[in-house]
Design a protein around this ligand. Structure first.
Ligand SMILES: Cc1cc2nc3c(=O)[nH]c(=O)nc-3n(C[C@H](O)[C@H](O)[C@H](O)COP(=O)(O)OP(=O)(O)OC[C@H]3O[C@@H](n4cnc5c(N)ncnc54)[C@H](O)[C@@H]3O)c2cc1C
Length: 497
């Protein structure tokens, strides 16, 4: 039986960033990944000779002096990455009720740009940008240098995203425009926290970047760090059971066969999935399990990848948010909606050509309810009807986007479609959720999942705990690793890297 200091379950960004940190700090780690390729939502895959990204289209807080760049510096991967800064005048363009509104990088530029269209709302925009900046400050490099990862976040966790926006400005259009990042966190008008809204929005104001040739480069670089520090990344290794001995996890079973031992276990999976792998124990109370299963997960995303003919489509260094209704919010808790009424359009940069893009990706929310008839199916065995469903959805999406961009279907070589079912079966996330457990400002302490569990050597990581996305998951991993390494030590080490 192999013995490690730490077994980490899941090789998404959550698992790999824990693996990189702990192996750099001298722990003998083993990362387990059920799929043949590591990376989870950070994986890129090839179709028709082009690289497609699974679940990362742009990342924030990457400008000089910003916090995600600092984490990547600490990991030792920053100089391995090929990234492109997005258009600072408009990294996101929002189409709403016949007009375009630009999100510019930097808090002042953001205010000035929108104030040109909403001159009477300049003060409101300043207040809004101030709140974003304040939220970002709770996790910035100054915090790290002072020996902590985050401070004061609860003030923003217990207020509503929508109510805050609609109090800051009474202008109906501006309220909707400022709400547009809701697509990036599965926002719900009734329950989402201002913290999540602000954390995501602010991070892009602090440097929005895309990966040239895919986000897989982060995975490769982190796996290299782990291996160079003596760690192991095992693919095709599904954790199937966690065995207890005297109240501690004693070993992890892989693929229903072999068992491996470690002093500590970190699971970067959905907490409910983790708990279901543990044999019955009084340490995991029924009430805790039913609380976890009662927490709603965010909607999933339908992704339509349009592979472009070579050198046909000019690369656009900004994202487009297209909205077809007068209220851009989805109501996640009432998943009856099936008609497409918004689309996030992104382009992937490629080193093959600076001028052209090889892939356009169109995304829109999709609930499992719409996929009910295939819920018990497995990949490759969903049948002809599912294929037809995906084709019809792709055409609906292209038709929706064509209202603004009639040229969208001019250069398509091939179309690939993924649904929340693909994510459910590929990453194991319940409901094929894109962003994990929804956070509720009315019940912050119930929907935030702690890194520690009642089993003394089992810790949690990944997007379901605090905040999802590249920045949120990295921060969460740090909080988890700090349980073993000490907060002050690790935060200062990262902050002074
Ligand atoms: C379509 C889409 C677009 C997105 N776009 C962006 C974006 O542009 N920017 C951004 O910042 N965020 C984006 N996100 C969110 C972001 O991708 C996620 O929040 C983040 O990557 C999640 O990382 P994770 O490690 O928590 O989970 P995952 O990436 O899901 O990793 C979990 C890993 O665990 C493995 N696993 C599961 N069960 C087992 C088991 N029993 N044993 C071993 N391994 C197991 C899975 O195979 C997977 O590799 C997007 C998400 C989606 C779905």
């Amino acid at each position: 039986m192999s013995k490690y200091d730490v077994i980490i379950i899941g090789s998404g960004l959550g698992g790999l960033s824990c693996g990189a940190t702990l192996s750099k700090e001298g722990y003998h780690v083993c990362v387990l990944e059920k799929n043949p390729v590591p990376g989870g939502c950070f994986q890129s895959f090839k179709r028709n000779g082009r690289l497609l990204d699974t679940g990362i289209h742009y990342i924030g807080s990457m400008d000089e002096g910003e916090v995600l760049r600092q984490y990547f510096t600490y990991f030792g991967i920053l100089d391995k990455l090929n990234i492109r800064r997005m258009d600072e005048e408009a990294f996101d363009r929002i189409h709403f009720e016949g007009k375009d509104y630009d999100f510019a990088m930097g808090h002042e530029r953001f205010v000035e740009t929108l104030a040109r269209q909403f001159p009477k709302e300049k003060e409101a925009l300043r207040n809004y940008a101030g709140m974003l900046r304040q939220t970002g400050r709770t996790i910035d490099i100054e915090q790290l240098k002072n020996g902590r990862f985050s401070t004061g976040a609860m003030d923003y966790f217990s207020i509503s995203a929508w109510e805050t926006i609609s109090t800051i400005t009474k202008d109906r259009i501006l309220q909707q425009v400022l709400s547009s990042p809701t697509l990036l966190y599965g926002g719900d008008q009734d329950t989402s926290t201002f913290y999540h809204h602000a954390m995501i929005t602010d991070s892009y104001l602090r440097g929005a970047y895309r990966f040239v040739d895919g986000s897989m480069q982060v995975v490769d670089a982190l796996v290299d760090v782990i291996r160079q520090n003596g760690g192991t990344v095992l693919t095709g290794a599904k954790a199937t059971r966690l065995y207890l001995n005297e109240g501690r996890i004693h070993s992890v079973e892989i693929n229903n066969e072999e068992q491996i031992e470690s002093k500590y276990v970190i699971s970067a999976l959905h907490p409910l999935v983790t708990m279901q792998m543990i044999e019955k124990t009084p340490l995991i109370r029924k009430a805790y399990l039913s609380r976890l299963s009662g927490l709603p997960n965010s909607y999933g995303l339908l992704s339509v990848y349009l592979i472009q003919k070579k050198n046909s489509t000019l690369y656009n260094n900004r994202n487009l948010f297209l909205y077809g209704k007068d209220n851009i919010w989805y109501n996640t808790l009432h998943p009856e909606e099936t008609k497409i009424h918004c689309s996030l359009v992104t382009m992937q940069p490629s080193s093959v050509s600076e001028k052209h893009t090889e892939v356009i990706c169109l995304m829109t929310p999709m609930y499992m309810a719409e996929l009910r008839q295939w819920k018990d199916s497995t990949p490759e065995h969903r049948g002809e009807e599912y294929k037809q469903f995906k084709e019809a959805k792709a055409q609906e999406m292209i038709g929706f986007v064509a209202q603004w961009y009639p040229e969208i279907n001019q250069h398509i070589e091939k179309i690939y479609v993924t649904t929340p079912l693909s994510y459910r079966d590929y990453t194991g996330i319940p409901d094929g959720s894109a962003y994990g457990i929804m956070k509720n400002y009315r019940r912050p302490l119930v929907s935030i999942i702690p890194n520690r569990t009642r089993i003394s050597n089992l810790y949690l990581a990944g997007q379901n705990l605090n905040v999802h996305g590249a920045l949120g998951v990295t921060l969460t991993s740090m909080l988890t690793c700090a349980e073993l390494l000490g907060t002050e030590y690790l935060a200062k080490k990262v902050g002074n890297s």
